[in-house]
Write a protein that binds this ligand. Structure first.
Ligand code: SF4
Length: 219
């Protein structure tokens, strides 16, 4: 079955035919404008965004939070229930664990930038569909270009494969640096996964220690 057919069937399951018609034709691709971009432009373009079907079920667009000049960015896949309500990324249990990870690296949470691949919550916390990622990831790429961090830490498979355009499980990707537009990227496990698999915390700490070393921080 073709990818477009798969996406069509997914939309039928979730929204029904009438909603699909409402989203046809697909929105124009997001223009990425590095040289003239600004946070104000980005915020204006994201306000009340309806570029993908996730706008139908979200409560809030979760823009991202933290230091816009940070040397370190953390990227997850998308908002969960509590993030959808609050508009703040990583505030649930997984978010609390992420905060501990950040503090273990000798940063305050407000000293790093935190964002997601999609800015609206996928229903039931499912993985975002390809068409949703395609519609939204340009915003993330523009955020990264505006922050210009030294290091990006991706959390979980979804963030790693879509940012890096790779096709592999996080268990294969984690543990070594990749490159994204001249910036170092360390893929590691998502804190939500760590809540279910405590034994993987030591692997994440190994990954984060490599990041710390690159940033001149002592473990
Ligand atoms: S997920 Fe992204 S592209 Fe889709 S509606 Fe939300 S902000 Fe727009």
């Amino acid at each position: 079955m073709s990818l477009s057919m798969l996406a069509y069937n997914e939309l039928v399951d979730i929204y029904g035919i009438s909603e699909i018609v409402a989203f046809t034709p697909p929105p124009p691709p997001l223009v990425e404008r590095e040289s003239e971009d600004s946070w104000e432009t980005l915020e204006a373009e994201l306000a009340d965004c309806k570029r993908c079907p996730l706008c139908k079920t979200r409560q809030t667009i979760v823009f991202g939070a933290g230091d816009r000049n940070a040397e370190l960015i953390f990227i997850g896949e998308g908002p969960g229930h509590e993030e959808d309500l609050s508009g703040i990324p990583f505030v649930g249990k997984a978010g609390q664990l992420l905060t501990k990870m950040i503090e273990a690296m000798h940063y305050k949470r407000e000293e790093v930038f935190i964002a997601n691949v999609v800015k609206c919550r996928p229903p039931e916390n499912r993985d975002p569909f390809q068409n949703e990622v395609d519609a939204c990831i340009g915003f993330l790429r523009r955020q990264i270009n505006l922050v210009k961090p030294k290091v990006i830490v991706t959390l979980g498979t979804i963030a790693a494969i879509h940012l890096l355009k790779l096709d592999a499980k996080i268990s294969k990707l984690r543990g070594s640096f990749r490159e994204y537009e001249g910036m170092k990227v360390m893929p590691t496990y998502h804190p939500a996964y760590l809540l279910r698999n405590e034994t993987k915390k030591k692997d994440v700490w190994q990954d984060l220690k490599q990041v710390m070393a690159l940033l001149g921080k002592q473990p």
